[in-house]
Design a protein around this ligand. Structure first.
Ligand code: DGN
Length: 265
């Protein structure tokens, strides 16, 4: 069986890439719901419905663990999916919060994310529950998601837009910044340039790998070593568009299939 990853688009590939590297024997099935992107502007009820549909689809394909490789879906649907699914479900917000608290020296932590994640206050609540003395500054950066989906994260013009949007959090003088949307690490360089070299960037998608490993070990879900693994990718949007960003990011050719929204309903 496989480890399943879900996101609204290519963002969760930042998590899947690390999983591909760290778990060489594990099958990976990835689902990007690009036809319904951006999740950041949808209501919690809609996100819950999408997350249920996608988890049903992935379970049908044979996953043994579900990783919600999307902060917005983690904020709105993690506890629901944990309740209703009988496989382990792992979200990115707790591991990201813990990594940020551990790495921050001055305990001034910034969080950038979709408007949906920011409104949910999921990071604020989680970070405060880990350490009550942290000052938290939050900022919605919705424009970064279409930039990443369209491959706009390289030019000077892209840098200008990113820096412009980050001005409020730059002014907050944070020492640590959580990239609280899985799309953002794809434009990590631009974010680091804007924030300055001494601000520590936290990628919750990397932090979650430890949790996945622990779940595999504890529940004895490891594949046998002789196994040749498979990687499969699904999108509800355009296969070509998904391929454009995904193959560059993963640095390999991949098999992508289109899923119509009708089959999810
Ligand atoms: N990648 C998603 C996240 O981490 O929140 C959301 C992107 C979006 O659909 N707005």
């Amino acid at each position: 069986r496989a480890i399943g990853f879900m996101d609204s688009g290519v963002g969760g590939l930042t998590v899947a890439k690390e999983a591909i590297k760290q778990f060489p024997n594990e099958n990976i099935i990835y689902f990007g719901d690009e036809a319904r992107l951006p999740y950041g502007e949808k209501s919690p009820e809609e996100i819950k419905k999408f997350a249920q549909q996608i988890s049903d689809f992935l379970i049908d394909k044979g996953i043994k663990i579900l990783v919600i490789a999307c902060n917005t879906a983690t904020a709105h649907a993690l506890s629901l999916l944990k309740d209703i699914l009988d496989i382990p479900v792992i979200g990115v917000i707790y591991p990201g919060s813990l990594a940020a608290v551990n790495i921050s020296k001055e305990k001034r932590i910034g969080v950038i994310a979709t408007n949906g994640t920011i409104k949910s206050k999921a990071y604020e609540k989680t970070i405060s529950s880990i350490n009550n003395n942290v000052k938290i500054f939050s900022l919605g950066c919705p424009r970064f998601i279409p930039m990443v989906e369209d491959g706009h994260y390289k030019s000077q013009e892209d840098q200008k837009l990113v820096t412009q949007d980050l001005v409020p959090i730059i002014k907050d003088n944070v020492d640590t910044l959580v990239m609280g949307c899985t799309h953002y690490p794809i434009m990590r360089k631009l974010i680091q340039n804007a924030m300055g070299a001494d601000v520590r960037l936290v990628d919750p998608g990397i932090a979650v790998i430890k949790d996945i490993k622990q779940t595999i070990d504890e529940l004895n879900l490891k594949n046998s070593l002789s196994h040749t693994r498979t990687l499969r990718f699904y999108t509800t949007g355009s296969v070509e568009k998904f391929r454009f960003v995904a193959e560059e990011w993963l640095d390999r050719d991949i098999d992508i299939k289109k899923v119509s929204l009708k089959t999810l309903e």
